[in-house]
Ligand binder design. Structure first.
Ligand code: MN
Length: 351
């Protein structure tokens, strides 16, 4: 599997003689080993792949990594690279997320080599294999159970942080390795901020409570949002049903070769008809996989087409400053003629 991924990578290298990656997720995707400390993966066009690792990662890597591993001290990778960056290596591609410090260090140490950003690895990573989709499905299952536990714990007077605790405990019990982002439980006016995480605020009657959470399972992430209405709230209920319609409009358009911007605009248009477009403060969704936010970005400015087996979220929201917010988020995989929604949870909860 990893040899095949390296082959795909080499097919995309074009003008580059070699690639360098430093992010744990990229290295993990291409080698099977996710380093915990600073490391570097060297992929030459037609020579041996080498993974430079810290001593602290070495013993674990021996079991999981199929490629040549070299243990280096803190600054040792430069000396090792001097051996590998031979005269015929003129142009080296680096990942876009490479730290600026590392980037300038490479430029300084190897003045005769030209380093440039290489985005091609996302062409590979954004299209998921069946095994990856299976892991994402399991991760979603765990998150859905967490969300159910959160909903069940909600009643008037319960604090947001207690609701989050119930969700996280359930997800851990079901095998979540970690949480890809801070669990959000945002009630009442706090829900008007899309990234409110959670506070000690006590839930009140009439609150809309936005719960947005995810799990990590076998390195793969899930990300799901539901909004719970506590008692009655006509304003928020109307906003929620509109957001659900907006989501359905986008979901019904998912298929290969539809552009990301078309999906975003389809959802936005539903909100616009009722004058709610001004309350939708972010883009419609994002790719999901090893990272919780990956390409493709489902936004009005991304004209790129989605492709078969891309997995991404669709999450319209309405945020009314000082009043409250609602959001619904599901995950979909693109199949040839349609999208298949991987999330199974009901769209609405009332307690
Ligand atoms: Mn999301």
């Amino acid at each position: 599997m990893y040899e095949r991924r390296i082959c795909l990578l080499r097919d995309k290298m074009n003008e580059f003689d070699a690639l360098l990656m430093a992010s744990s997720m990229n290295i993990g995707y291409f080698t099977g080993f996710f380093p915990g400390f600073q490391s570097l993966l060297f992929v030459p066009r037609d020579d041996e792949v080498v993974l430079f690792l810290s001593r602290a990662d070495a013993s674990l890597a021996e079991e999981t990594c199929r490629f040549r591993v070299e243990v280096v001290g803190k600054e040792g990778y430069v000396e090792k690279l001097k051996v590998l960056l031979k005269e015929d290596v003129k142009k080296v591609g680096v990942e876009e997320s490479l730290e600026a410090g590392m980037f300038s260090r490479l430029k300084r140490e190897f003045p005769s080599v030209s380093f440039d950003f290489f985005g091609g690895l996302w062409d590979i990573r954004s299209v998921k294999s069946d095994e990856e989709i299976k892991a994402i499905r399991k991760s979603i299952e765990i998150a859905e159970a967490g969300l159910r536990a959160a909903v069940e714990s909600i009643s008037v007077g319960v604090r947001e942080c207690d609701v989050a605790a119930e969700a996280e405990y359930e997800m851990r019990r079901l095998g979540a390795e970690s949480f890809p982002f801070e669990t959000i439980v945002a009630s009442g006016s706090r829900g008007a901020s899309p990234h409110a995480t959670c506070s000690k605020r006590k839930i009140r009657r009439g609150d809309a409570v936005v719960i947005d959470l995810g799990a990590r399972y076998e390195h793969y992430c899930s990300d799901i949002t539901r909004t719970v209405i506590v008692g009655r709230n006509d304003k928020m209920e109307k906003a929620l049903s509109l957001v659900i319609k907006a989501q359905e409009a986008a979901l019904s358009m998912v298929k290969s070769e539809v552009s990301c911007s078309e999906l975003d605009l389809a959802a936005r248009k539903v909100l616009e008809r009722e004058g709610y477009e001004k309350y939708f403060l972010h883009s419609l969704g994002h790719g999901i996989g090893l990272e919780v936010h990956e390409p493709p970005s489902i936004s009005s400015t991304n004209k790129a087409n989605i492709r078969e087996k891309m997995v991404f979220t669709i999450e319209p929201g309405v945020y009314m400053h000082g009043v409250g917010g609602v959001r619904v988020e599901d995950t979909v995989v693109t199949e040839k003629k349609k999208g298949k929604v991987l999330t199974k949870l009901p769209k609405e909860f009332f307690v």
